[in-house]
Design a protein around this ligand. Sequence first.
Ligand code: SF4
Length: 474
Amino acid sequence: MKPEVISATLIKMVNHKYLRKLLAKKVDNYVYKSIVNDDSEDLQQVRLKRYQFLSAMLHCVIRNVDKGSISKEVIKKIIDVLVQNNLMEGDQSYDQAVEKFKENYGEPPPSFIVFSPTQKCNLKCVGCYASSAANTPATVPYSYVDRVVSEVHDCWGSRFITISGGEPFMYKSEGKTLLDIYQKYNDMFFLVYTNGTLIDEEVAECLAKSPNVTPAISVEGFEKETDQRRGAGTHKKILNAFECLRQAGVPFGISATATSKNTDILLTDEFYDFYFEKQGACYMWQFQLMPIGRGKDEINLMVNPQKRLQLYRKWEKLLSEKKYCIADFWNSGVLTRGCIAYGRSGGYAYVDWNGNVTPCAFIPYYVDNIYDLYNNGKTLSDAMFSDFMKNGRKWQNEYGLDNWKKPKNWLMPCSIRDHYEIFRNSVLPKNARPEDEKAREALESDEYFEVLKNYDKELEGLTEKIWENEYLNV
Ligand code: SF4
């Protein structure tokens, strides 16, 4: 099926209530056949998980279209931007940009960036990575934000950007907000991580008018856990944001950081039923707290390997049985053929509020900075070819990207969290600088090194057999 036909079928499915179920089944079958039945590339179980994820995404969207909480116009835009231009790579300007990039650099560009243009935030969450220099929060000037987005759009052919923070709805510079960026690049799709407390009726209406944005709102659990970490009254504001977004027809998701404190809630069905069924979330991104710094409190907040494995099993069930569209940066490595950092093709790089370019939002070390790059006639693309980025991609290739039929264990895909010793010895170059004081402390702490090394050993012991029995030998 050609991208145009898929696109037309999806649009028909949205418009015609009575045909919806039938067409959804047709699309689901097509996705199954094209992913699971094609055994030329990945392991069978890897293909199956990828199908289950896309199938769950389809189900979650249909569920909310049925309920009337996503507007048809927004869905059409998503289909145009995400399905036709991006996922199916049916856009000529995409092909041209990739070819030109390959001519210049010898390999394809990254697929997107995660960008945190401001460190400003209206909350003070316990353990937040953005809050360490809270007195003078940094903000990237609008002209530089525009330049970065334009480079990603024109030179990488990318039509997708993730915005993080700080709180993106606090961003203001040169009389502009990020809404100006969303409107200017209206053929791109923006996933925006937000605490949700600034989304009211007016903001939701604005988002509905530029329907290329979906907010992913952070929760820690239910009201008690969310307010404990994010401040009293936060959860009520989040529920109000959900209501405003439903009224305006804007699809939204949630994001949750798993810690040793809330894992038990994240292992219950109630948590997911509440946000997906009752509140109308279309997707959920899960993160597991990555401790940075030598602070014992923070290290103790890390989810231990046994609990991580339980979360992996939970994720499998939620995807296949409940059809909730959920991905976890550490447990869902099979969806993306492992780590997606270091500007690899199909992956991304991160730009923080100081303009530092790091391989991933969870790797707080950098070599390049966008101000230095642009002021010296260079580009963000050039930053993808530092030793740091190249070492990371070499590791990714050796780990599994070069051999999809027999990759190493993608249940522990993370270069920094799951392979810390290798990260320190072979990936992180001497000229890499820490993003902040905590990142420096982590680098200098023998204890931190030992904790992560032991974590990795334990995780390997728990997952290696599963990888062999449930993926390699099936
Ligand atoms: S470095 Fe870790 S967290 Fe970052 S993309 Fe790779 S696997 Fe994910």
